[in-house]
Ligand binder design. Structure first.
Ligand SMILES: Cc1cc2nc3c(=O)[nH]c(=O)nc-3n(C[C@H](O)[C@H](O)[C@H](O)COP(=O)(O)OP(=O)(O)OC[C@H]3O[C@@H](n4cnc5c(N)ncnc54)[C@H](O)[C@@H]3O)c2cc1C
Length: 643
């Protein structure tokens, strides 16, 4: 195993370094206008925006940049009348988008932020496009629209329904419009449904931004360089203390490899490889890294991702998700958030996470009835975005539920898995087979099925009676599920698929005891007996990918608020998953990256121009901030005069 060879490599590096005597650590020693800590979507957006305002920018990253953004699906939630929406034949505007997203956030995102996000969304689409992200095949110059519900659409699509726009109550509150924008790249239309892994596009998005950043003469990117603490001067953030690895290819390659391995959490159910990589990378920085202070005359922007790779923070802030599979990258260790806290910054909504347990596609599962594990009652319309359904599972019954289907629907789902209709990617087919074959109970009556699942029989009978009556009448009187997904489930035998957004203590112990999990391309069939055995032992499959949504408490200009009085800390900003944001209220596909771009740009705009100037810039939201601008001006004036 590669990790066992690491000590030899470190020893070789040590020897080289002691031989070379003068170790070159490549941190530029001059001061910058803006220092950006963390180079993912938020960091790239911040750097480009600050540079566009004429600032000299340093971007640092603990690895080579890209972060979770690079390995993400690459879906970006944009609206308000983007060109892609127009191409797809939909009308949208900021107010319409706001009415929809307001429901998404469940009151956790303040109104000013939500309005600003929607007002600026079309501008952010143009910002991304101007910086090289293609949302249409250049030879056709028209977005390709995918009309069906999908977690990810077919390869050549560039716009689809990535959220809850068509479900209730969203559809009643706002005119439905698709907002999931997916970057185009040459060859993306080639058939790729059989890919074992999710067909991600985060690298397409990030590579475009990276090209724009690295070709910008105002921006310097420093790899293998970690932010350690914010430098404060008279209550203002004046720079960043960083720890950088020496400019030695062997060290950089080793560090990058550790990030790569730690990030492959889908093959490391135990988490042991991840923990080991994080530990070794930490030691690399401790032993070989050198500390430098970098001055930031206009602002320090923390955009270093979230915290779900930090086990003790998960235990502390989101204990209901502990043991879940961390989704992100090794930089999601909470160090960005902790750096802001070290400067006095407050944190907020740290318990908020998103957990993915996608049942559909196959879209047959949208016609199932999900019931809780205690009373066998439905708790949601099943056609909502999957992570919302899981959120509701957590709110209702510890993240667990049964997905009820009848034999006719069972067969239809099986057929869908076979024929690949509704775009089933390889990994989705794989998960569906696990659901039907390994996580499924059966009963010839509702009472029998209830017994098999440990549910109250009268509860399940009552729930299914009402559900089937509603389906026959064509309207869900409980939650308003769309009629196209509503149908009676009345043909025995009945089935219940176990859906669990958590991993309990016994499972965790077992997983830790297991070696590194299944090889990448092992097919599902030889694995099924293994999976069944694991399920019988109480292991949740698959292990509920999760990332954190809470972070540093920021104002609408992304200034980090002081823990003592919730007033902005001058010169200190946070964006993306290091901060609370629009996605914190509730994630749908694309919202995290869209929030990172929105917040990164905003932070940079405020740091470089101040709000008064920033409002004059095209596409920058002015709306309901009017009352606040005056109170912010003195801070900026004080800041500017000090520079
Ligand atoms: C498989 C997967 C699929 C996803 N799909 C989508 C999707 O389709 N749409 C969507 O909106 N979201 C998606 N997400 C979530 C989304 O990718 C992230 O939430 C988002 O990209 C975070 O952006 P960011 O800029 O805040 O952080 P990141 O992109 O993670 O960038 C942070 C950077 O900071 C660096 N860093 C960390 N600590 C330090 C430090 N101390 N010093 C210096 N640098 C540091 C890291 O190395 C990293 O490069 C997905 C995530 C995953 C893992």
């Amino acid at each position: 195993m590669f990790l066992s060879k690491v000590p030899n490599r470190i020893a070789a590096i040590r020897k080289t370094l002691s031989a070379s005597g003068d170790m070159h650590v490549p941190v530029p020693d001059k001061s910058y206008d803006v220092v950006v800590m963390g180079y993912g979507a938020a960091g790239a957006a911040a750097a480009l925006e600050a540079a566009a305002a004429g600032a000299q920018v340093l971007v640092i990253d603990g690895s080579v940049g890209g972060g979770s953004t690079q390995r993400s699906g690459g879906v970006i939630y944009l609206g308000g009348g983007t060109q892609s929406q127009i191409d797809a034949g939909f009308e949208d505007d900021a107010e319409n988008m706001y009415r929809c997203l307001k429901i998404e956030s469940e009151g956790a995102v303040d109104d000013d932020r939500m309005r600003a996000f929607c007002e600026e969304s079309k501008g952010n689409f143009e910002f991304l496009r101007d910086n090289g992200v293609k949302f249409a095949d250049p030879s056709k110059d028209k977005a390709v629209y995918w009309p069906k519900k999908a977690s990810l659409p077919p390869g050549d699509s560039t716009i689809y329904w990535s959220g809850n726009e068509e479900a209730q109550p969203w559809a009643s509150a706002a005119r439905p419009a698709p907002r999931g924008h997916w970057p185009w790249f040459p060859g993306c239309g080639d058939k790729n449904e059989d890919s074992v892994q999710a067909p991600t596009r985060g690298h397409v998005l990030f590579n475009a931004l990276d090209a724009a950043v690295t070709s910008n003469p105002n921006i310097v990117v420093q790899e293998h360089c970690r932010g350690v603490s914010v430098l404060m001067e008279n209550g203002r953030a004046s720079g960043l203390r960083v720890r950088a690895l020496p400019d030695l290819p062997a060290i950089g390659a080793l560090n990058q490899m550790l990030y790569g391995i730690a990030t492959m959490t889908e093959y490391d159910f135990t988490g042991n490889a991840r923990r080991e990589c994080m530990r070794i990378s930490g030691e690399l920085f401790e032993e070989f890294g050198q500390e430098h202070d970098v001055t930031a005359t206009k602002g320090v922007i923390i955009s270093a991702g979230g915290y779900f790779f930090n086990d003790s923070w998960v235990e502390k802030y989101a204990p209901d998700r502990r043991g879940n599979m961390p989704l992100g990258n090794m930089g999601d260790d909470g160090s960005g958030i902790a750096t802001g806290q070290g400067a006095g910054g407050a944190i907020t909504m740290m318990n908020r996470c998103t957990t993915w347990k996608f049942m559909a596609p196959p879209n047959g599962f949208l016609s199932a009835a999900f019931v809780d594990t205690k009373c066998a009652q439905r708790f949601s319309n099943e056609d909502v975005y999957n992570a919302k359904l899981v959120d509701r599972q957590f709110a209702r019954a510890d993240g667990k539920a049964w997905c009820i289907i009848d034999s006719k629907l069972y067969q239809e789902i099986e057929a869908e898995i076979q024929d690949g209709s509704n775009v089933l990617y390889g990994f989705q087919r794989w998960l569906s087979v696990i659901s039907l074959k390994a996580l499924c109970k059966q009963g010839n009556s509702w009472a029998q099925l209830a017994r098999a699942c440990g549910l109250p029989a009268d509860g399940l009978e009552k729930t299914m009676e009402r559900y089937n009556d509603d389906a026959r009448r064509g309207g869900d009187t409980n939650f308003g599920k769309q009629p196209k997904y509503l149908r009676p489930l009345d043909e025995p035998p009945f089935y219940a698929v176990w859906v669990d957004g958590t991993i309990g203590a016994p499972q965790r112990a077992l997983l830790r005891a297991l070696p590194i999990a299944a090889p990448k391309y092992m097919t599902m069939f030889p694995m099924l007996p293994l999976i069944k055995a694991a399920v019988n032992l109480g292991v949740t499959m698959p292990p509920s990918p999760t990332f954190s949504l809470g972070g540093l408490h920021v104002d609408i200009s992304q200034r980090v608020l002081n823990e003592k009085d919730l007033k902005p800390i001058p010169g200190l900003y946070a964006a993306g998953r290091s901060a609370s944001g629009v996605a914190t209220g509730g994630y749908v596909s694309g919202l995290s990256i869209a929030d990172a771009v929105f917040a990164g740009r905003r932070a940079a705009r405020h740091a470089t121009l101040g709000v008064a100037d920033a409002t004059a810039a095209a596409g920058f939201y002015t709306g309901s901030l009017a009352g606040r601008e005056m109170s912010e001006v003195p801070i900026m004036e004080a800041t500017q005069s000090k520079l």
